[in-house]
Design a protein around this ligand. Sequence first.
Ligand SMILES: [Zn+2]
Length: 662
Amino acid sequence: MDRLAVSRQLLAGFVLTLVAACSGGRAASKSPVPAATRGTDGVGARAMTFPVLEGFEAAVGRGTRSRTGAPGPRYWQQWADYKLSAELNPVSKRMTGTGTITYSNRSPDTLRVVYVQLLQNIFAPSARHNTNVPWSVEGLEFGRVAADGTTLTAAGGEEPGYEVNGTIMRIRLPKPLLPGGKADFAFDWKLRVPPDGAPRGGQDGEVYYMNYWYPQMAVYDDVNGWQTDQYLGNAEFYMGYGNYDVSLTLPAGWLVTATGALQNPDEVLTEQTRARLDSARSATGIVHVVTDLDREPGRATTAGKDGKLTWRFRAENVRDVSWATSSRYLWDATNAAVGDRNNDGRPDTTLIQAFWRPEQKVSHWDESARYSRHSIEFFSKYLWPYPYPHMTAVDGPTSCGGMEYPMMTCIGGQWDTLGMYEVTTHEIGHMWFPMIVGSDEKRFAWMDEGLTQFDQSQSMDDFFKGFDDEARNRKNYLDFAATGAEVELMHHGDRFPSYNQYGVAAYYKPAATMVALRGVLGRDLFHKALVEYIRRWQYKHPTPYDFFDTFEDVSGRDLSWFWRTWFFETWRLDQAIDTVATVGDSLEVGLENRGRAPMPVPLVVTRADGHTDSLTVPVDVWLSGAKRTTVRVASQPAVKSIEIDPGREFPDIDHDNQRWPR
Ligand SMILES: [Zn+2]
């Protein structure tokens, strides 16, 4: 999320002076709670210990997780089928909703209560939040809540019923939900759409970005059980997978786009619009499906009944559904090659769409479909074939900044071409983390934001040929590390003392850390491990330990020292060339580890004849406790310069002391 906040605050160099309004340090308890440390439990001698999660160790014991990083033989995950209908009145800015959820209990546990997320309640008058919400609206107001056909009342106690606490509803079931069983829930609700200024969505003039608009099952997982953390605004989400059938009723003439494939184009789109949309599926260029001339009812959409149209969408195996609508949208479309995603030996494509207001051409929305196509094609090659039927960029309220939803991004604000590509490719990168690989964004923001920030750099390098976005991430991390205010990565997203500390730990440091890991493993091995992590955890819920263990499993290396250093500590890296002396026909190079972070030392010796030699001092030198070591290189042909890590893969705090001569 929140490319806007992060890039404005950090890239603009406000790091030292600006404390963001969204300071998240209210909760006192710490996270995660280490039960013990790794390295003493019979998994083999490890170079360094690091904390483990109690819940993870127990899950390994039960066989739902493993020590190889793959899901355990008894891994399970909950499932939900949603049937949701909503009608939005753009005049009153009110939405009414009705829906059912069939919740499948695939856990081995009998559930007597379930939890439901009501994320829009962050806007309710009584809500707590740690981001700036300048006004309040009602949140989700329920007319009816029912479980297995029994209407429930909002009351405390032990009887069947429900209670709402902030953004979490707790339902006491009429009968226990047994392992392998299903429970049916029914809801009627309404909400007033929050105006621009709402984080991640809302209403701005004739544009509505509808997020978190329905009651959604909270995650119950094999490691921590129910995830019932409040949505406070800063930390993002943890969501389970399911299928969604969604019906959305709007005035005719309003275009609607949503997570999922449109099921009834014949009912809502005119023949002209359908023909153009169909042509986009095989076009080489960008097709203007709806132009400035097409927006009256009967031109882009059909006339509807009583002036209304109901758009039906179906989404499979997604963790959320959002939608957007406007009477003023232009609609561009094309397609992107995603590789062979269903293994039938034939290449597949996905539909690419952009919905935007004409005045946003100034922010390069006329390039949006092209940027999205390039992003989807790049990530499909680099990471994993894009699995969904479309990818759609939506021009939304300014306060969206950049925000990801399955198959959708909401992008608001003003952008130059570099910024527009950056925000587009970043949010599209999130289709892999956390949409396909469904991690807990609240507790481990680096697992989606950090990996996506790294992936963004790969995409920008591919699009702008040689643009060094990795250097920007590294600089943002190192500038902040130099202040000494850093907080370790393994930290709950709502419990950072300030937004800057969250931003560095969620985005820039993990992105720089991924580059460092690539430097340690080499490009091919790193990439193989990253793709294997996706393969193992697609549509599942990995923890950081599944990530760590997968990289160790694929590489066959003990990387405990790396995880400890970069994820659990704020140790800084400062490798220096201390002395260079002639000894016989050698040069003896004295190397010092001046920071606490242990890393291998990649050394490049450049000769007067232009020839270079590369050697690497292994990390083990430092792990044994040494702070200083020497290496010898032949003194002839004459040595012109010696440099540690000239490619700057490792985020060293002082590059000046890495060169000789200085
Ligand atoms: Zn992001």
